[in-house]
Design a binder for this molecule. Structure first.
Ligand code: FAD
Length: 372
């Protein structure tokens, strides 16, 4: 019998496992693909803030950035690389955004390194940029290290049954709590108010004679050179979506697009693609992550009719699945948000600490129920 069963061994599931194991809990971790076999294994895993003018998502990601940078550097130094990041505007509108960002940020701003200036394309040289101290994690290695101490079961979870104060997983394993960390895959408990969108991503490792010591973000993300290779990746503007396309993903076309976009930032010479990684990342419809207990929609609709249409709903009045939470929807910032959100969720599971309504899945129930 386990204290917590976590479904999904991406960065979210592994971060929660790490926090719980640290607290002495017995954790069982399920993933049909093994550790970091989903979106997490495809990620460039840059640890960077969000360079926008304002907004609650920017505030949350920026707090998570500072937290996660220190977290990885301190706890997983072998999977973390400090690297100066140069974020370059894509167009005039973003030039303006970056100017405002630079005026307001509390992060220490750095100058573009001299050696980088000579590698930039003519287009990139004209644009505004922000440069800061940032990092990159090795996705596979950090997930493995975090999950160490959990019992790993490589199988698809198909049944979850609550019986006599325990959750029974696949009719074989029992645990007091369940954490759903299933990314952009089908929700195991299909509640109609939870809708996640999967965005396809492609990363390539390339061999090149171009020298680069920094992380660069513009149309795609480009890593510093490690072992003779650069990683180039993106999860936007690629030409494929597994839920919409019937044809298989065209790897050659994806490579071409990534290289074309990277060449708009940096002069790439003698390039050979050595490895491809693809995967889906999941995002919510208001872009904020989903962390916390799941509302039982049918039961809440049936018993709490009078509270559904109030102006300011009180989430405490809803009915919830017993001892079951989710952590998902962190979009393109999964590696930045995961340690920060996993701490929040663990404090909730172990000590009943309240979770902000802005990330609670209950917010989507409230919106969905209002429309009924
Ligand atoms: C190309 C690319 C580049 C990216 N770059 C960055 C970046 O630079 N920085 C950053 O912070 N983020 C980045 N991201 C986003 C980041 O990867 C995601 O936000 C993050 O990986 C989400 O993690 P997760 O644990 O929620 O999901 P996943 O990693 O997808 O994990 C979910 C897991 O659940 C398992 N699963 C689902 N259902 C079941 C079931 N029923 N039974 C058993 N197992 C199940 C799946 O096999 C999967 O392994 C990038 C993403 C991509 C695709």
């Amino acid at each position: 019998m386990y204290d917590v069963a976590i479904i999904g061994a991406g960065i979210n599931g592994c971060s929660v496992a790490y926090e719980l194991i640290k607290e002495g809990k017995r954790v069982i971790l399920f993933d049909e693909e093994g550790i970091a076999g989903g979106g997490s294994g495809a990620a460039g895993a840059f640890i960077s803030p969000k360079f926008s003018k304002s907004g609650e998502l920017k505030e949350m990601i920026n707090s998570a950035f500072t937290y996660s940078y220190d977290f990885y550097a301190k706890n997983f130094p072998n999977s973390f690389q400090q690297a100066q990041l140069v974020h370059i505007a894509k167009d005039e509108a973003e030039d303006e955004t970056l100017r405002i960002y630079k005026k307001n940020t509390t992060l220490a701003l750095l100058k573009m390194p001299d050696n980088m200036k000579t590698q930039l394309s003519e287009n990139a040289k004209k644009r505004e940029y922000v440069s800061i101290d940032a990092g990159i994690v090795n996705a596979q290695s950090v997930c493995n290290a975090m999950a160490c101490g959990a019992k790993l079961v490589q199988e698809k979870v198909e049944s979850l049954v609550y019986d006599d104060a325990f959750w029974i997983v696949n009719e074989s394993y029992s645990a007091k709590h369940i954490v759903l960390a299933t990314g952009a895959y089908d929700m195991l408990i299909p509640e109609p108010y939870i809708k996640l969108r999967g965005v396809w991503g492609h990363r390539i490792d390339v061999k090149t004679t171009t020298k680069n010591e920094n992380s660069m973000h513009q149309f795609v993300s480009i890593s510093p050179k490690q072992g003779g290779h650069l990683a180039i990746g993106a999860t936007h503007n690629v030409h494929y979506h597994p839920q919409k396309n019937t044809e298989p993903y065209d790897i050659e076309q994806g490579r071409k697009e990534l290289l074309q976009k990277a060449s708009q930032t940096i002069i790439l010479e003698n390039v050979t693609v050595v490895k491809d990684y693809t995967g889906l990342r999941s995002g919510s419809f208001d872009y904020m992550p989903l962390v916390g207990p799941l509302v039982l929609s049918k039961e809440t609709l049936f018993t709490c009719k009078n509270i559904l249409h109030v102006k300011k709903p009180d989430f405490k009045e809803y009915m919830y699945y017993p001892n079951l939470s989710m952590i998902n929807g962190s979009g393109g910032y999964g590696f930045v948000l995961a340690p920060y959100l996993a701490k929040t969720l663990t404090e909730h599971i172990l000590h009943g600490k309240a979770i902000s309504e802005r990330i609670s899945p209950a917010r989507f129930f409230a919106r969905w129920a209002k429309k009924l």
